[in-house]
Write a protein that binds this ligand. Structure first.
Ligand code: NAD
Ligand code: TYD
Length: 352
């Protein structure tokens, strides 16, 4: 029997990572998938209960800021492919503690690049290092236009600055050491297993509990939303068929002003919870704006569409329905992740 290909996915216990791990474990029995995750507040092995016993899956608890640990792991498992998702991912937390973002997103990424380069050296050409990034590296759009792969980087938050920096390091390792990389920059994801500190899951949880819905500023900020499983499909395609040394934008073709999205969510939640129309909307509370808040993100995803035929498979209405249904039927998951340190975070950030 031929040996299985050893593939490393970092951050696989997090929101997007868990969907990527599930897809790779199920689609590729010839791969052995190693999920490396430090299990920070955002990492949760409950996200992967359904595949944890699969013969081609191993979880490794570890921190990408630890270079000795990574070097040993790479020399033992000889990963031929890396899909790198581990990161600190929340803009608001980056405003409170930028250094945590430098450590994981910048230093952690450089540690991974070093471990990959030092393992393969002259033999890298048929291997693959795939770095998952965000559209936030491009900064903010005005009312018009879209981010393309040629848009200049212009990050505004400590989070996006750290992701921009990590993208630059990946490209620099491609130029300097011939490291075979791919980068993708994706818009806002939503879906099951999303930690309830980001807009959609936070508001779903607050609506369930009849708590205020804290809309930053006037709510006239625009994001482009993509269902997380469609992102996982795009990652699978790019890992296997993307061109080395290229960047791909991934987006939902689905722009929403925050306040319009929140109103839609409120209407759907009233219906699902059999509450009187307007119950959820009455929870909307305008709060102090996020500092450096980017006005608008919107992605031109025509490159991945033309080269690989990828496009989102669900409409926003369908994706939102699936998402709400998942949260309503997984109250245990919500309860687990919102106990303990979540309460402290919430109080510090929102004041009650
Ligand atoms: P997440 O916060 O849900 O998960 C991050 C995971 O990384 C967690 O499981 C956490 O435990 C792990 N992790 C954090 N620090 C680590 C460390 N030092 N060592 C090992 N593991 C560590 O994030 P997400 O929303 O799933 O995002 C995944 C990736 O996708 C990130 O790189 C993010 O920048 C990018 N991205 C996210 C979005 C989005 O809308 N969520 C959009 C575009 C790109
Ligand atoms: P978020 O989910 O944090 O994603 P990102 O900042 O990466 O785009 O926020 C999405 C939008 O929702 C963003 O414009 C900020 C806004 N927002 C609120 O209005 N209130 C909130 O409590 C949160 C978390 C976000």
């Amino acid at each position: 029997m031929s040996k299985k290909k050893s593939i490393l996915i970092t951050g696989g216990a997090g929101f997007i990572g868990s969907h990527v791990v599930r897809r790779f474990v199920k689609q590729y029995p010839d791969y052995h998938i190693y999920n490396l995750d430090a299990l920070t507040y955002a990492g949760n092995l409950e996200n992967l209960r359904d595949i944890e016993a699969s013969p081609n899956y191993t979880f490794v608890k570890g921190d990408i800021t630890n270079s000795d640990f990574l070097e040993k792991l790479f020399s033992e498992q000889r990963f031929e492919g890396v899909v790198h998702l581990a990161a600190e991912s929340h803009v608001d937390r980056s405003i409170t503690d930028p250094l945590a973002f430098v450590k994981t997103n910048v230093i952690g990424t450089v540690n991974l690049l070093n471990a990959f380069r030092d393992l393969w050296r002259e033999d890298m050409w048929d291997k693959r290092f795939y770095h998952i990034s965000t559209d936030e590296v491009y900064g903010s759009l005005g009312q018009d236009g879209l981010f393309t792969e040629e848009t200049a980087y212009d990050p505004n938050s400590p989070y996006s600055a750290s992701k921009a920096s990590s993208d630059h390091f990946v490209r620099a390792y491609g130029e300097t050491y011939g490291l075979p990389y791919i980068i993708s920059n994706c818009s806002n994801n939503y879906g099951p297993h999303h930690f309830p500190e980001k807009l959609i899951p936070l508001f779903i949880n607050n609506i369930i509990n009849l708590k205020p819905l804290p809309v930053y500023g006037d709510g006239n900020y625009t994001r482009d939303w993509l269902y997380v499983i469609d992102h996982a499909v795009a990652i699978d395609l790019l890992f296997h068929k993307g061109r080395i040394g290229e960047t791909y934008n991934i987006g939902g073709f689905n722009e929403w002003k925050n306040i319009d999205l929140v109103r839609l969510l409120c209407a759907k939640m009233d219906h699902k919870l059999s509450r009187a129309t307007g119950t959820s909307e009455s929870l909307i509370t305008y709060v102090k704006d996020r500092p450096g808040h980017d006005l608008r993100y919107a992605i031109d995803a025509s490159k991945i569409n033309k080269e690989l035929g990828w496009k989102p498979s669900v409409t926003f209405e369908e994706g939102l329905e699936k998402t709400i249904d998942w949260y309503l039927s997984n109250s245990d998951w919500l309860q687990h992740v919102t106990s303990g340190s979540y309460q402290e975070y919430y109080k510090n950030h929102y004041g009650s």
